[in-house]
Design a protein around this ligand. Structure first.
Ligand SMILES: *Cc1c(COP(=O)(O)O)cnc(C)c1O
Length: 239
């Protein structure tokens, strides 16, 4: 796998779609070890995005992300917030008012301000977490109470597109939300980052206004989920 060449190619495709706009390239590093992550960093990605807390903690111990900002992009359970706040420059995946509050409390106890994005369930899929667009105003008002969080924008993971261009309407709806919210004034809220677009659809996302893409496969190659890496103690109790 030629990570350096892949990063270069992804950069070129981003530039072609962006027409001069600045787009942050977050490398989705899940299931890739320190060596691969370090190669991607040296090849010039803008940030690493990790999506499992345990994997992130292990890689932090190995200094795997040295040289790049670290983002948390996966779904975050409240009881794991303590491992993430203050260690990540940006949490993409705030998907409930309760999670926002737990993050705010942890950040306050560390006397820091945690940057976060609000995850929007833009297609209203029952299988996904995230806020429905109609729930955002209430949440933004809640964010005004928490000076230890800074809401920097929105994130979305639309349905996997089966054909090219299928997700453009969701991306376009996200851009409208992003612009509408950005035109209003809330304490602790600024609309700086619109995080959307993955390996299969990042060009469409950029064409519709994304300025932050999360790309894994196109940089690191396919992940092999069929290889078990941990034994689940709940299903293998040693009997
Ligand atoms: C894995 C992952 C990505 C990247 O997915 P690819 O299709 O491999 O580019 C983006 N966002 C999140 C939240 C992910 O977990």
């Amino acid at each position: 796998m030629n990570i350096e060449e892949n990063v270069r190619a992804v950069r070129q495709r981003i530039a072609a779609a962006a027409g001069g706009r600045q787009v942050t390239l977050v490398a989705a590093t899940k299931m890739n070890g320190k060596d691969a992550v370090q190669r991607a960093i040296r090849a010039g990605i803008d940030a690493c995005g990790e999506n499992r807390v345990q994997e992130m903690v292990e890689k932090l111990e190995q200094d795997a992300y040295a040289g790049a900002p670290l983002h948390f992009i996966g779904s975050l359970q409240k009881n794991k917030v303590k491992f993430v706040v203050g260690r990540c420059d940006l949490i993409h995946s705030v998907n409930s008012p309760a999670l926002l509050e737990v993050i705010a409390k942890k950040a306050a106890s560390l006397e820091l301000v945690q940057d976060v994005l609000l995850e929007v369930n833009i297609a209203g899929e029952a299988s996904k977490t995230g806020f429905l667009p109609g729930e955002l105003p209430q949440l933004l008002e809640a964010a005004e109470r928490f000076s230890s969080v800074h809401v920097r924008g929105l994130m979305a993971i639309p349905p996997k597109s089966r054909k090219n261009g299928e997700n453009r309407r969701w991306f376009a709806q996200m851009r409208e939300l992003f612009i509408d919210i950005g035109a209003k004034t809330y304490d602790n809220v600024t609309m700086d980052f619109l995080s959307m677009g993955m390996s299969d659809d990042f060009e469409d996302a950029i064409l519709e206004g994304s300025n932050m893409v999360r790309v894994g496969t196109a940089i690191f190659g396919a992940r092999h989920y069929d290889v078990p890496t941990v034994t689940d103690p709940m299903t293998n109790g040693g009997f």
